[in-house]
Design a binder for this molecule. Structure first.
Ligand code: AHR
Length: 506
């Protein structure tokens, strides 16, 4: 039985926001040290930034990068990372049991972000610190000059203000693992007062209140409700975080992880709108899904360092084809909610839980999960269309009955392009997909790109960096008068690009 995807250009979800293709650089494992920054590496520039990694970041199509954490930020003193490097203190980072040299800080990150061509999303520490330190950081980063902290930035070598618009008010404050963990009321009050004070310095900031660190948290829902009741008028976004991992006994649920992301986004939006309705506010809070990925957290205990070292290898997961299909499906979920998800950051960028791997003194390469991200970032241009999928389903232990095929469609009317992103969660058989093109008559297939492999556990590695790359299945498609029929291989990520031959439709 085939799946049919229906869409119509008259029914949009909303424009594709560039910030959906965000990423995350935390002082975590080898993401910074030995990742984006490795002085002395043959490909590093005069600032110690790895050029090969920068090239891959640009190819990935990342638009915005959250920095510097994550759990790390909740014990971080931003002042440690600015000023002459020789004067910067070496500190203990309890969140990742690592030694932080502070050789890399905000100025170095801003320089890297400029070279990568990405916007910065900056997180402030609301774990061990509060309103004053957030104000100081804002003044240092964004004020043009003529004050103590802005002049210090100029003296530190960054003459132009950084112009950072999007600020995260802490990180995962709902999590008992977080340094300075708080109750929803404690955090909501602190977030509100930090936001109020930051807005006094710059009313144009976009502020993100911490939502839940996962849909499985016991306080999920209640946390967002309490925090937003206290901070609704002062913030623009509420964060959401989600990580998924495969278990050998339940691959079917893992492949359907995007069902959880769909439900999480819809629950956060419903909660935020309920608070808005109660407050009789016309303002709509948006979701900043600023940490998401496949992450083998169950292996974290094995790789957390016993001794205090600089940049230990933590969570350097080698991603499989199945992982890439799930990552592609999570991107479909984010696109499907383009009307309410303002930003999303894949966590993280290099080495730790990352699409890019880099070896000290050695090469950098694309993990399997690099490909769906890069393809979505490149081809999701225009407007996300509402879609209806009808087709076969299967039963999962975690999410009940779920569709075998999931998909979304993006229409660029100006360019006359329709792009369909689709995954097959079927693990053994190829499955047929029909695109109903009755409302898009002139469109024909120009490319069907497929990421799949006879071995769904295949990975890319230093020895075989190109083992898994997207292939071409364009020739196998069949166009009829009102539809396009394609076949999706088992456990696959697919990008279907269609163009109209009849001129641009507006
Ligand atoms: O991305 C890794 C960690 O996951 C982050 O530091 C934290 O915010 C989350 O729990």
């Amino acid at each position: 039985m085939r799946t049919v995807l229906h869409c119509h250009p008259a029914f949009p979800v909303g424009p594709v926001r560039p910030r959906l293709f965000g990423s995350f650089v935390e002082h975590f494992g080898r993401c910074v040290y030995g990742g984006i920054y490795e002085p002395g590496h043959p490909k590093a520039d005069e600032e110690g930034l790895r050029g090969d990694v920068l090239d891959l970041v640009r190819e990935l199509g990342v638009t915005v990068v959250r920095y510097p954490g994550g759990n790390f930020v909740s014990g971080y003193r931003w002042e440690d990372g600015v000023g002459p490097v020789r004067d910067r203190p070496v500190r203990l980072d309890g969140s990742w049991r690592s030694v932080e040299t502070n050789r890399f800080g905000l100025g170095e990150f801003a320089g890297w972000a400029a070279k990568a061509g990405v916007e910065t999303m900056l997180a402030v520490n609301l774990g061990t610190r509060g309103v004053q330190e957030a104000l100081d950081l804002l003044e240092y980063a964004n004020h043009p000059g003529g004050t103590r902290l802005s002049d210090q930035r100029v003296a530190d070598g960054t003459g132009d203000p950084l112009g950072i618009r999007m600020w995260c008010l802490g990180n995962e404050m709902d999590g008992p693992w977080q340094t300075g963990h708080k109750t929803a009321t404690e955090y909501g009050r602190l977030a509100a007062e930090t936001a109020r004070a930051m807005r006094m310095l710059d009313p144009g900031l976009e502020l993100v209140a911490c939502g839940s660190s996962g849909s499985g948290m016991p306080t999920f829902g209640e946390w967002e409700h309490t925090v937003l009741e206290l901070a609704y008028d002062l913030v623009d976004h509420v964060s959401a975080h989600a990580y998924y991992e495969a278990t050998p006994e339940d691959p079917g649920s893992f492949l359907a992880s995007a069902v959880d992301m769909d439900r999480m986004i819809e629950a956060v939006v419903a909660t935020a709108d309920a608070v808005g309705a109660k407050l009789k506010s016309r303002k709509r809070i948006m979701v900043s899904f600023d940490e998401w990925n496949v992450w083998y957290q169950s292996r974290l205990g094995d790789c957390l360092p016993k001794d205090w070292t600089v940049a230990p290898r933590i969570s350097e997961d080698a991603y499989t084809v199945s992982d890439a299909v799930v990552v592609g499906n999570l991107l479909i979920s984010l696109l499907r909610h383009a009307d309410r998800v303002a930003a999303a950051c894949q966590a993280q960028l290099v080495n730790a839980i990352a699409p890019i791997r880099a070896e000290p003194g050695g090469p950098a390469w694309r993990q399997t999960i690099f490909h769906p991200f890069a393809q979505a970032a490149r081809h999701a241009r225009g407007t996300v269309l509402q879609t209806r999928l009808s087709g076969p389903t299967y039963e999962t232990a975690r999410y009940g009955e779920v569709p075998v095929v999931d998909a979304t469609a993006v229409h660029d009317a100006d360019a006359g392009l329709l792009t369909v992103f689709a995954v097959s969660r079927h693990r053994t058989e190829p499955v047929p997909l029909r695109l109903d093109l009755a409302a898009l008559p002139g469109y024909d297939l120009v490319e069907h790109s497929v990421l799949a492999d006879p071995d769904p556990l295949a990975v890319n590695s230093r020895a075989e960096p190109e083992r898994v790359t997207p292939g071409d299945a364009t020739g196998a498609a069949r166009r009829t008068e009102t539809a396009l029929d394609v076949t999706l291989p088992p456990t696959s990520w697919n990008v279907l690009r269609l163009r109209t031959n009849e001129g641009v439709i507006r």
